[in-house]
Design a protein around this ligand. Structure first.
Ligand code: ATR
Length: 281
């Protein structure tokens, strides 16, 4: 009897050594008894299209796509789901029937994490302050609108980019503030979300005072390395509720695992502890 070919998937990024995705997928493979491989694949931007086509031809089930390739993955996809279309970005590729299918699971990932960590009404407790206007911000904005956010206040270092994002959003009132205009932006805010790369290991810190936030405001950071960013530590010290970046990371990964391996994995406390140990170790 011939041996079944092991299914393969992976994550394509540049750089890639910092990725927690191989650890996460290996945890689920062991938990569900799936004999497959999930590989970290470092691919520079100029080689992206060629490598994806060759992976799709070499029997891979698909790949996750991370910085800086999410827009290139969007352009390369022959089909797109609604969130990928709305976000203009793809973080999951599925190779099926000789086609490259692009999906965005960052939107549902942020949504699920928000509900898990801060409860269902988290986006509806008052205006949402959004820091950043890059690719990640776009996915978060779509999730916020789906979760009923009525007003979103965008602050970004490059104001023109915030204006561009504001124009693309439908379904909520969007206001753009100058980066640094914290006081008017923070007034009566229900939620603050950092989607910039500030505070991530190797990047500059996100240096803002949070004292002007109301006591009921929750603070979320999509940066997960370090696990507790300076922003989250400052918010906790002030008694504000917080949400770290691991929730979104785990929840965006679950539908990818399901698409390739046929089992929807459950995001557990145990998985979170494995990832926290890896980050803190
Ligand atoms: P991603 O896809 O992860 O969102 P990105 O599109 O490069 O990556 O966006 C990075 C975000 O971090 C942007 O909002 C960026 O602000 P600019 O649009 O002005 O570039 C923000 N960012 C990065 N470095 C920053 C810094 N030193 N100060 C303020 N914002 C910064």
């Amino acid at each position: 009897m011939s041996k079944a070919i092991k299914k393969r998937a992976g994550i394509v990024g540049w750089p890639i050594s910092q990725s927690l995705s191989p650890t996460m997928h290996a945890h689920w493979m062991a938990q569900y008894g799936i004999d497959a491989e999930y590989l970290p694949l470092g691919v520079p931007p100029e080689e992206f299209s060629e490598r994806i086509v060759s992976l799709s031809e070499s029997g891979f089930a698909g790949v996750n796509v991370t910085i800086p390739h999410k827009q290139a993955a969007y352009s390369l996809s022959s089909t797109l789901d609604a969130d990928a279309r709305a976000a203009g970005a793809v973080n999951l590729l599925i190779f099926q029937n000789e086609k490259i299918h692009g999906r965005n699971t960052d939107v549902s990932g942020f949504s699920a994490a928000l509900n898990d960590s801060l409860g269902e009404g988290a986006a509806r407790n008052g205006p949402v302050v959004l820091l950043g206007a890059g690719g990640a911000a776009r996915a978060v904005v779509i999730a916020l609108v789906k979760n009923g956010a009525k007003e979103i206040r965008i602050l970004n270092r490059t104001c023109a980019r915030a204006e561009g994002l504001a124009k693309a959003v439908e379904g909520a009132r969007i206001k753009v503030f100058e980066w640094g205009d914290w006081l008017p932006a923070f007034a009566d805010a229900g939620l603050l979300v950092n989607t910039t790369s500030l505070g991530m290991v190797g990047k500059e810190p996100l240096d803002i005072a949070l004292e002007a936030l109301p006591a009921e405001t929750a603070v979320a950071d999509i940066v997960y390395n370090p696990h507790k960013t300076a922003l989250l530590r400052k918010a906790s010290a002030q008694g504000l509720r917080t949400m770290d970046g691991l929730g979104m990371l785990m929840h965006q990964a679950a539908p990818a695992f399901a698409a390739w391996f046929g089992i929807t994995p459950i995001v557990t406390r145990e998985l979170r502890m494995v990832l926290e140990a890896k980050l803190n170790g």
